[in-house]
Design a protein around this ligand. Sequence first.
Ligand code: ADP
Ligand code: MG
Length: 617
Amino acid sequence: MSDIIKLLPDSVANQIAAGEVVQRPASVVKELLENSVDARATDIQLILKEAGSTLIQVIDNGGGMTESDARMSFERHATSKIAKADDLFSIKTLGFRGEALASIAAVAQVEMRTRTEKFELGTEIIIEASRVKSQSPCSTTVGTSIAVKNLFFNVPARRKFLKSYHTELHHAIDEFVRIALVNNDITFSLISDGKTLYHLHKSNLKQRIVGILGKEYNERLLPVEAKTDYVSISGFIGKPEYSKKSRGEQFFFVNRRFIRSPFLHHSVEKAYKELLPENSYPAYCIFFEIAPEDIDINIHPTKTEIKFTNEQMVYAFLSATVKKSLGQFNITPSIDFDDNPGINIIPGKHTPASPPSIRINPDYDPFAIKTSGGLKKEPTKEDLNDPDYLDKLFGTPENVSALIRLENENYAPVQQVITPNWEDDDSEEIPQSGFLQIGTEYIVTNVKSGMMLIRQQRAFERILFERNLKKRETKDCSCQRLMFPKTIELNPVETVKMNALLPEMKEMGFDVADFGQNTFIIHGIPAALSPDIDPEKMIHELIETEDIGIKNVENNNGHRVALFLARFVAAKKKGKMTEEAINNLINELFATSMPTMTPDGSLIIKILSIEELSKLL
Ligand code: ADP
Ligand code: MG
């Protein structure tokens, strides 16, 4: 039999590689912006049309490329950033694989204009589905402009998979924000469908964060800064009282590269612990600087995962640093640390601050580390090699090794859902009375197999959610008009989220008008809401739940407002109930489509079997 193995043509190989690098317009945004940063641009402009699906253009004033480099840049594995395998261990640039431009050009129509300082004329290259259509000299300014048009025009299956305008735009803005945050010495702008969403001048880090997250953050941020031989940490964290219901404002950067890390996130949360209300998340923007040989950034093609050689050390050190900052700075009234450059909280260099006064929980002592060591001194090399160092610092790190495993497996911790063995019970046998309220949050009753425990508030959530869906279906959501309309000002990301929610909000009884310039006017709220709620605060909460973080929401798309309102109203449903009210609640709960679980997957009911009870007592 003749030989059958052939090398794939470049265009095919590039298209396959593109599957990894280019998932959606946001991936292109990331790669192009990173290239401009790597080219040492000081001014970078991103232009999007139709959330990037028809145009993603990045214009920079960086070093530009010569004619032959311009041509080479579209070859696979063509990079100016590493030359030999050893260089992989000392990467200082964002890109290094030499794959991005080749991959992008395989699945789009690309027009590049570029010029270096040395030459009077630049080069224009037009390339489509890996095929060079034209290459010619052109007059252009120093730097590079790359326009990526009609992404996936030649891969209809991928184009079909693009999500809604708002989702894609949201992802693209996320990438822009991640790069703009860490490069505060560069001027960035983002223009989407002719509207300028951001124009961020070169500034200090705090001003950059405020420019992105909104001016109210000026008063909400606390600095963090600490250093060991192994790693240094800097950045800002949000004051606990401004924590939000979503994780949208959480950023980690390692050597100026954005990374995701449930593991490090856990470490920050641990530091905030008692300071945060349930289910709320602090904002943070934290930078790690670490020797390149102590991390591995090559473990994921889109490079947002990272491994440290000493993860436990980073975990402990981060937690302690955040704790320290919360303790030292979280005092009322807030101080403006910008006016006080002398503040320096490198552990060990200063005596600990006097006991902090914290508004939320006066008993919380950020320095109450269980053991003697604490962070009174900088961890030494010996400390870092001591396997028990963490234990000494924080007591047994119950979750650390589990978290490392989770991180390795690329999971975010997921809540385990146990479905009670409900079907086995004859539903006719659910007693219609005999319910007992325990405290203000639980209801118990006797069932065939044991004791049924019902979480009151979650039962309300399920019921209200289904009522909301019905009302929406029958167009029966009435609106109560506000006596005084409220104006609400959002940041660009929030505006995108708000616009995505507006159609459902209207159907659910909101009367909100888009006033342009990231401003909305609330004329009315759903009639089902209590008239004395703060509509502005509620809408902020609602926007936060729009975050992609929410998992398990039934028919995820389109029911966010219904779910939010159910939760919002149910949250107020703690309290003593009359027997009649309990009976009504139970009856209505069992009339819903899924009485055992809330729409986002938390258990409402648990049956404790006689066996389980006997173990208890
Ligand atoms: P990588 O960034 O991994 O090297 P890319 O495919 O993204 O790979 O880019 C290939 C090469 O093209 C880069 O190494 C760089 O030399 C050049 N290049 C890409 N974009 C720009 C730009 N905006 N300005 C200057 N050079 C660029
Ligand atoms: Mg690159």
